[in-house]
Design a protein around this ligand. Sequence first.
Ligand code: ADP
Ligand code: MN
Ligand code: MN
Ligand code: MN
Length: 350
Amino acid sequence: MKGLAEYIWMDGAEPTSKLRSKARVINVKGNEASLANFPKWSFDGSSTYQAKGHSSDLVLVPVSFVHDPLRGDGCYLVMCEVMEADGVTPHATNTRAKLRQVLDAGAAAHDPWFGFEQEYTLFEGLKPLGWPEGGYPAPQGPFYCGVGADEVFGRELIEAHAAVCLEAGVMLYGINAEVMPGQWEFQIGHRGFEGESGDPLTVADHLWFARWLLYRIGEDFGITATLDPKPVRGDWNGAGNHTNFSTKEMRTPGKGAAESERIIKNLAAKHDEHIAVYGADLDRRLTGHHETCHITEFRHGVADRGASIRVPPDMATKGCGYLEDRRPGANCDPYIVSARILATICDIEM
Ligand code: ADP
Ligand code: MN
Ligand code: MN
Ligand code: MN
């Protein structure tokens, strides 16, 4: 069956790369596509901040795909790594290749699972969705997980997004309205279903698919989603990307608690290295207020939402489970965040 495959990649924009995509016709015989159905494809790197004009051809190498829920049968969303013109050397902006390196250098043996809590803010024109013209809404308090036309704004878009994620086969975990009006969250990653993991490459790919779908659905609603880590200055929550992670040892009863303590020590020692790659403008969000720990401090605590690392209650009571790194900003690159965490906790040079 002939259909369109939307090739998606990350560009070279500084300091935060953005998504780009273009589509080509493919012909998948039978029901199930495989990576072999998606040929390599070139693009103009000089228009994406990835090359100079005189030698601008770069190569898109498909690495994972899901169904395209918008175009339907025979159509796919295809995540690509950007390679140099030789088709095999990762381009400098190819952060997925860095995550592969860390996994191959030993991290994969620890069977790591990830889960991201992607917070984002909806905007209509220049103001957050649902905010009054030229003013501010009521102070924060009632909006988080709220219900009612006076408390949540953009529900229709959020529901449409969740539906297409499920239809596509993206590893959606959940959705919720956030503390600041117009702000929402979706989670991508390990869901606890039998036989499913939360392997880092798949989870990060799926977070990018979910972001792409959010922007794409937003086109139909005339609403934009921003990943700015502090979209409104003042007494308003910023937007983060809490990163939950576990290894086989952390998930093992009798071993998990001690292993987590070792890991937290490693994370404390490398705090600055993590902050450096957790997203642009992190200092605007990590102020020590609004459920954050100050950017210059590292703290951990059980159920502590003002800590850098929150230890979920289960880890304390059952002695095994996962940890939550609350530092990454909404605009972080999940490939880089996963690579950094794995390098630190598995003692790998990055
Ligand atoms: P919070 O209470 O911080 O708002 P959420 O319910 O929004 O947490 O998100 C929980 C996240 O934890 C999800 O992204 C999920 O994938 C992740 N998660 C759950 N269990 C594990 C695990 N064992 N290893 C890694 N991540 C996990
Ligand atoms: Mn959450
Ligand atoms: Mn949240
Ligand atoms: Mn969280």
